[in-house]
Design a protein around this ligand. Structure first.
Ligand code: SF4
Length: 160
């Protein structure tokens, strides 16, 4: 997997102070996408074991308490990213107790493959759906257009 950006301290992408990873690769080609440079899978930088370890360290850094990890892109549920993202979210669950995981994807929850759903089992919140310019609403929290849905989970079980 490649990634475009990693913000070790982020207060914009999700609630509270967070670590945020923008992965590379997206097939959705939404009109008006603000992040077109992330579409190619081979863009950005290689997501190395060192980078993964850095995220775990940052999440557990008590000097700057983080509420959790945000995964965006690009699309963390791009089929080519799923294996690495699954390994990451499993590791965060095991090594960073009390931290939440938010994930943004252009795929819709009801259409996810078994491999993509395996990732969902480990996250707390999924914001799903493509960005639809005609439904753009800047007043929405954590999403760009009204068609996108915020799904809250608790270890894979739908909360609301
Ligand atoms: S899903 Fe997100 S990254 Fe992909 S094209 Fe749409 S807005 Fe851009």
């Amino acid at each position: 997997m490649n990634y475009h950006n990693y913000y070790p301290v982020d207060v914009v992408n999700g609630p509270g102070t967070r670590c945020t990873l923008f992965v590379s690769g997206c097939v959705h080609q939404c009109r008006g996408c603000y992040n077109q440079s992330t579409w190619r899978l081979d863009s950005g930088h290689l997501f190395t074991p060192e980078m993964e370890a850095q995220i775990i360290r940052d999440l557990n850094d008590t000097r700057i308490p983080r509420r959790g990890l945000s995964l965006s892109g690009g699309d963390p549920l791009h089929p080519a990213n799923v294996a690495d993202v699954l390994r990451l979210v499993k590791r965060v669950r095991a090594a960073c107790p009390g931290k939440d995981i938010w994930l943004w994807s252009g795929y819709v929850l009801g259409e996810l493959s078994p491999d993509q759903l395996a990732v969902v089992e480990y996250i707390d919140v999924l914001i799903d759906g493509k960005y639809v310019q005609a439904e753009r609403d800047p007043s929405l929290l954590w999403r760009g257009s009204a068609n996108q849905v915020i799904h809250y989970f608790h270890r894979g079980e739908l909360k609301c």
